[in-house]
Every structure is written in C-alpha cells, then in structure tokens.
Ligand binder design. Sequence first.
Ligand SMILES: NC(=O)c1ccc[n+]([C@@H]2O[C@H](COP(=O)([O-])OP(=O)(O)OC[C@H]3O[C@@H](n4cnc5c(N)ncnc54)[C@H](O)[C@@H]3O)[C@@H](O)[C@H]2O)c1
Ligand SMILES: C[N+](C)(C)CC=O
Length: 389
Amino acid sequence: MIERKSDLARLEALDCGKPLDEAAWDMDDVAGCFEFFAGHAEALDKRQNAAVALPENFKCHLKKEPIGVVALITPWNYPLLMAVWKVAPALAAGCTAVLKPSELASVTCLELGDVCKEIGLPSGVLNIVTGLGHEAGAPLSSHPDVDKVAFTGSYATGQKIMVAAAPTVKPVTLELGGKSPIVVFDDVDIDKAVEWTLFGCFWTNGQICSATSRLLIHKNIAKEFIDRMVAWSKNIKVSDPLEEGCRLGPVVSEGQYEKIKKFVANAKSEGATILTGGVRPKHLEKGFFIEPTIITDINTSMEIWREEVFGPVLCVKEFSTEEEAIELANDTHYGLAGAVISGDRERCQRLAEEIDAGCIWVNCSQPCFCQAPWGGNKRSGFGRELGEG
Ligand SMILES: NC(=O)c1ccc[n+]([C@@H]2O[C@H](COP(=O)([O-])OP(=O)(O)OC[C@H]3O[C@@H](n4cnc5c(N)ncnc54)[C@H](O)[C@@H]3O)[C@@H](O)[C@H]2O)c1
Ligand SMILES: C[N+](C)(C)CC=O
C-alpha cells in the first residue's frame, strides 16, 4: 500500500470566541511571514552538511541546496500576502525568484519590489513581471531556465501550468481552489456557531480559497440555525469599504460579479431556494456589490454544490448522523479545508481525521498561521506552503 504523506493542519479555537474579536491572529501578517522565514533560513544553514547515521565504515552527508530560479505566480485575492508566502521562503532557501502577480492586483507586489530594493536586496534576486496570465505567466511556466513553478490560483490555471511545465520536467506546487465544508452539530452555542459559519463563508466576500461555503447542519437545530443566519445576513452592512462599519465591499471585478450572479441564477433554475441575497443591494446602484446569499434545497449534483463560486454564497444541507455528515463533507473534488463545530472534542477529532482536506478547523473557520503548513488535497493541489517542516 502506498500511503499518502501530506501534512495535515488541525487548528482548534480553544475558547471558540468571536471571529472579529480583537484579532489574536492576523491573516495579513506580511512582516511576521518574513520574520518566520528569516528564522528558517538560519535553521536551514545549520542543517547543511548534517551527518546521516549509517552502518559503521560508511558516511553520508546531507547537503541542502537552493533549487535555482523559481517562478512564483499568484492570484488577486490577498495579493501581497500570497506573494510573500512564496517570496519569503524562496529567498530564505537561497533561490532567485520571478514573481508574476495577478493582472487585477499588481500594485502592492511592485511596492514589495521597491521595499526590497530599499533594504539592499541585490539586483536580480527578486524580479517582478506584471502582465496577463497567458502573456506573462505561461512563458514562465514553460521556460527552460526556470527550475520550479510555485502557483496559487484556480484549478483551471493549475492544470495549464502543469502541462506547460511537463516538457522540461519542472517541479510545480499548486495551491488551488476549494469548496470547503463546515459541519455544525446540535450540541453547540447556536449564536457562536452562526457567527463562525457566516464569517467562514462571507469574510472578504467569500473571495477566499478556503471559504467554508458548504454548511452541513444537524437537522435538530437546522430551522433555528437557518432563521438566525438569514436574520444576521440581512443585517450585514454592504457598502463602500471606506464607509464606517462596512462589513462587505464590492467583489473584485465585473467578470467576478457576473460569474457569481450566474451561479445563483443557475442554482435557482436547478430547483434550489435562494433564502436571502444573491442580488445587488437596493441602496447601491453602482459597483460590483452582491448581498450575502444563503441557498437551501440543494441536491449534490447541482453546480452550486460542486463548483467554487468565490463570492458571498453559502450552500446549506441538513444531516442526521455523523457518517452522513462526513460523506457529504467529502462529496467534492476539492480538499483544501474544512471546519467542524461541536462541543464534543472526540467527535471533532474523528471528523478532523475523516474529512479529506489539508486543513481542518475545530470550533472556528479561517484563522491561518505561518507556523502551520498550508495546502490542499485532491484537486485543491499539492505541495505545502508555510509550516515548521
Ligand atoms: N489554495 C490557496 O492557498 C489559494 C489562495 C488564494 C487563491 N486561491 C485560488 O485562486 C483562485 C482565484 O484567483 P485568480 O482568479 O487570480 O486565479 P487565476 O488562476 O485566474 O490566476 C492566478 C494567476 O495565474 C495567472 N495565469 C492565468 N493564466 C495563466 C497561464 N495560462 N499560465 C500561467 N499563469 C497564468 C494569472 O495571471 C494570475 O497571476 C481561486 O480559485 C482561489 O481558490 C487559492
Ligand atoms: C490562503 N489564504 C487562506 C490566506 C487565502 C486564500 O484565499
């Protein structure tokens, strides 16, 4: 039997507080990420030439070497953080890098280039190439002088990158999309669980790879839970992000706006019920704004259950038993993340083992730290970023 060896991160919120309470975690901790990998560069130096234990009369030395020139291709969501997750470890390992940020959000990455220049990073060590995917990303993926491609983005582009890298047998790591489940049992504080559920799906408008966008709710509390979610969602302030109290701004582009609306329309035409949202808020005539959306009456063959929306859209299904919850949670080609909310720690442990995903949150959804590995299973990609290993 061949065992799959991939790091699984299991992250537990110890007091299950509120997601937006004074953040003890900071998803945009760019400086912390550089600091973390600077520490790793030292650790790497110490491991160089470490001796490996062998039978008497033999000696083996391990030499860690930088792979060479790495192409780092990144998406528009979290544009600076996703770049830093790649740039910092690449430089710490002694590689030179070509960063290709998304054409929709390149400016912060160019600023990063300026900062690196300012602090004296030698010229040519970090190179930043902006442009469209097929014009700037594709040539990097196939270029014979690029030794590795580290990519974060959609499943469709990930496939193209693997194909482009194949002729030169270039290693690739792929951080792709997801359709992650959040499983809520009937032994929870309903208000806290509702808040984590809405946060896990609607935070930054659902434009997060790991958004827990499929809610599996125990049937004993389903009605009350859904009613509270709908009431809460109607109160989420959607506005210009510069306005005081804004919780949801616009989605990134017209293309993304139209795509989300089409997902909602298709769900409706396939027989699902749009309980709330899915439309432009009445008070916002311009801009790519969408009300937070909750959809029920879903069956597992529907597009809305299977495909990543990358917008503020939550699908809801009920379950009766733990086995059924696990089966529904794993009913996806993706395997990036998952969450379980329950007062029973042993049950949480069982679900963390059984859900096939790179990261499982217990009694929370979305916190993410440099110290823990990050990456997906199945069509969410392969390879891990971050982590101590
Ligand atoms: N797993 C993760 O950690 C993670 C993190 C953030 C985003 N994502 C995923 O990213 C996607 C959203 O980002 P996006 O819309 O920018 O993704 P995308 O795949 O459209 O683009 C990502 C990057 O690839 C480039 N690109 C496009 N075509 C290319 C090609 N043929 N060859 C090389 N490069 C090409 C783009 O220019 C961009 O820089 C979602 O699917 C989301 O789940 C995953
Ligand atoms: C990787 N993460 C969770 C920070 C952002 C994903 O889109």
